[in-house]
Write a protein that binds this ligand. Structure first.
Ligand code: UDP
Length: 487
């Protein structure tokens, strides 16, 4: 094997745009600013997805990075088709390990480090096989990371008090998790198959050479501090935690779309952008209430609309990008299109979100609070209206509304409860009223924008974390080359 003069990092992304996007951005940053050769392996769930289509949805600046789509895996004999999305992704990641192993074994430049996302723990075994350092990349908050690593230490009594008695769950050094905000992993339902997945993840993290987290030091100082020093987090306190965010896609200046053309014609900060991430869906009834709520609010809006899915908040998780051109949404109420003419724009399935949020006519973001969407809103100084659906989104919403003051709540606190059009109208109007709540949220969002952008400048805390990681890898590479020379 020939040795490169740069460390070579392998990054592994699990299925779903919300998982792929931050991994691609991490690769970009390492290659463009820190002298790392990067190969990104991607596990895809949708066989119709091609590399160009996938990357076309992400960023145009991937030149320094080599992206490889791993062969499609068949999980039909491993999990039932009705298994949770989490269980399906876990199965796909497990099944992808042999092809990743085969791909690494024929690489001309031996890899120095392996970085996997939250679902990639099965691949960490390859680090010792190929003598790589190993890292886990948490594409969420330090708060979520703290919960994950603390989870195996929870007693039966603590779990019972939270799950059954609905008491807040205390996590050392962090804000407690209210029952309404809890993670699926704590709930008593068929998705309990995810508890062992989380427990194993926490264990693997404690054995890693580092944990990367898409937040920044100044956003969550006390939680990060606790993670590094509080003995309640067990062995993880011995693992370096690197806050490296906010890693978000950069705006494609040359991109022209119907949405941005429409936004060009709207007044500054006058439009509400409505989107539920890469896979989020609402029930049929809720979709209709949202439509009329938007109309009644008399605010301008862009809504990324999806066919409704009853009892499945992740209804489009595996196919939102494959069916981008989905035609006219026939699930919206009769007369709605005519009634919103000039005020609202419906975008079926998928919008160029980074460009939309960076547009000066956007005044607020009604979001499911996925962490990528949240960071994209923060770096653009756009206040949020929260409508969390799944995963850790309810925790994110609480942090945004109660801790950071850049958001107002709208979505139901209890899953399955209908939010009616009048309530939607009131919250939207309040969020856009700059003399009251809306004005305060805007000011907070702009303060956060400045801090978020600073973290990745050359003297910022996250840039510094990435430089530290790159130094570790350079040291490792030199050490290995010296050993080879000495042999
Ligand atoms: N996204 C997009 N267009 C859409 C919907 C989503 O570009 O119409 C992108 C969005 O910018 C974000 C990602 O998909 O980067 C969604 O990630 P997030 O963590 O917000 O939510 P998830 O989809 O993982 O629930």
């Amino acid at each position: 094997m020939q040795t490169s003069s740069n460390p070579h990092a392998i990054l592994l992304a699990s299925p779903g745009m919300g998982h792929l996007i931050p991994v691609l951005e991490l690769g970009n940053h390492l290659a463009a600013h820190h002298g790392i050769d990067v190969t990104i392996f991607v596990v895809v769930a949708d066989p119709s997805i091609s590399k160009s289509r996938l990357l076309g949805q992400t960023t145009a600046t991937l030149k320094p990075v080599n992206v490889v789509l791993l062969p499609q895996v068949d999980i039909s004999s491993l999990v039932s088709p009705t298994a949770s999305v989490v269980a399906q992704i876990a199965a796909m990641m497990r099944a992808a390990v042999p092809s990743l192993r085969a791909a690494i074994s024929v690489m001309s430049t031996p890899p120095t480090a392996l970085v996997v996302d939250l679902f990639g723990k099965e691949a960490l075994v390859l680090a010792s096989e190929f003598n790589m350092l190993k890292y886990v990349f948490v594409t969420s908050t330090a708060w979520f990371l703290a919960v994950t690593v603390h989870l195996p230490s929870l007693s039966e009594k603590e779990r019972h008090e939270h799950r059954v008695l609905k008491k807040p769950l205390k996590i050392p050094g962090c804000r407690a998790i209210q029952f309404e905000d809890t993670l699926e992993v704590f709930l008593d339902h068929p998705n309990q198959d995810i508890f062992p997945e989380f427990a194993r993840l926490a264990f693997e993290m404690s054995l890693a050479d580092g944990i990367l987290v898409n937040t920044w030091r100044e956003l969550e100082p006390s939680t990060l501090n606790e993670l590094l020093h509080n003995k309640a987090f067990g062995r993880v306190t011995k693992v370096p935690v690197y806050p490296i965010g906010p890693l978000v896609r950069s705006v494609r200046q040359s991109l022209e779309s119907d949405v941005t053309a429409w936004l060009d014609k709207q007044p500054k900060e006058s439009v509400i952008y409505v989107s539920f991430g890469s896979g989020g869906t609402l029930s049929a009834k809720q979709t209709i209430e949202l439509a009329w709520g938007l109309k009644l609010s008399q605010q301008r809006f862009v809504w990324v609309a999806r066919p409704p899915a009853d009892n499945n908040a992740r209804g489009a998780f595996f196919n939102s990008t494959s069916s981008i051109q989905d035609g006219t949404p026939d699930y919206l109420p009769e007369g709605f299109f005519t009634s919103i003419r000039g005020m609202g724009l419906i975008v079926p399935m998928w919008a160029p979100q980074t460009e939309v949020l960076a547009h000066e006519s956007i005044g607020a973001f009604l979001s499911h609070c996925g962490w990528n969407s949240t960071l994209e809103s923060m770096v653009n100084g756009v206040p949020m209206i929260t409508w969390p659906l799944y995963a850790e989104q309810k925790m994110n919403a609480t942090m945004l509304a109660e801790e950071l003051g850049m958001a107002v709540r709208l979505g139901p606190r209890e899953a399955g409860t209908l939010v009616e059009r009048e309530a939607i109208k009131d919250v939207l109007m309040g969020a856009m009223d700059v003399r009251h709540k809306g004005g305060k949220m805007r000011a907070r969002a702009k303060e956060l924008r400045a801090k978020a952008r600073k973290a990745l400048t050359t003297d910022g805390s996250s840039y510094n974390s990435l430089s530290q990681i790159a130094k570790e890898w350079e040291f490792r590479l030199r050490h290995l080359s010296n050993k080879t020379l000495g042999a």
